[in-house]
Write a protein that binds this ligand. Sequence first.
Ligand SMILES: Nc1ncnc2c1ncn2[C@@H]1O[C@H](COP(=O)(O)OP(=O)(O)OP(=O)(O)O)[C@@H](O)[C@H]1O
Ligand SMILES: [Mg+2]
Length: 227
Amino acid sequence: MLQVEDIHASYGAGAVLFGVSLEVKKDEVVCLLGRNGVGKSTILKTIMNLVTPGSGHIRFKGEEITGKRTDKIAKRGLGYVPEDRDIFSTLTVLDNLKMAEVASKKPNREKALEYFPILRTLLDQEGESLSGGEQQMLAIARAVTAGSDLMMLDEPSEGLAPVIREDLKEVLTELAKEMPILLVEQNLQMTLDLANRIYIIVNGGVAFVGTPQEMEESKAVEKYLML
Ligand SMILES: Nc1ncnc2c1ncn2[C@@H]1O[C@H](COP(=O)(O)OP(=O)(O)OP(=O)(O)O)[C@@H](O)[C@H]1O
Ligand SMILES: [Mg+2]
């Protein structure tokens, strides 16, 4: 469903991605693991064309999206929840969801509220007054509301208490029944529980790809993720 082929990317003169290729198939949860600063977020940003790739190709639902406008890519159904969550902090939960509807061809607010029933009780509350976990739920709910066909999430569990993390894992398990997910995650257990396939990123390239079982059987974790 999403194919990334040999992308290179840089910030000004600083090269960050050196030929990354990866794939997310229908019904798959794919996780990107890697130490801080190796380029995981940049991979997602490049897919959304928030960072323009210097070379390489990105295809989504069979169509080349390389270099297309970010809003057009989103409208084609590629959902993206960035690391900083990026909700409108001065708007209410309801207005945040409405903004996602405006930008969408096939909005689905009801579906989002089915995943996150707690948001129904918070509809009139402003984004900035929500807890970290609630903000994360709102950020994902917005991408669901926008009618996404594939969801990219950048470290959704970051900063969440362990019990909220468990809730999030359940929501992502439910979401995965509905659409493929590309997940950047530092939490190893979460990754092992959710992923069908794992890519370990080292210095802007793919160092390992395999199933959670293959990752555990290899020495990949010790080799690429331990300090
Ligand atoms: N806007 C930017 N301008 C310049 N350099 C940047 C910018 N954003 C990221 N970088 C650099 O690019 C490299 C990769 O950053 P990126 O955010 O993709 O890493 P990451 O794997 O997501 O890290 P983390 O796990 O800490 O989120 C880092 O060296 C970072 O300092
Ligand atoms: Mg990051």
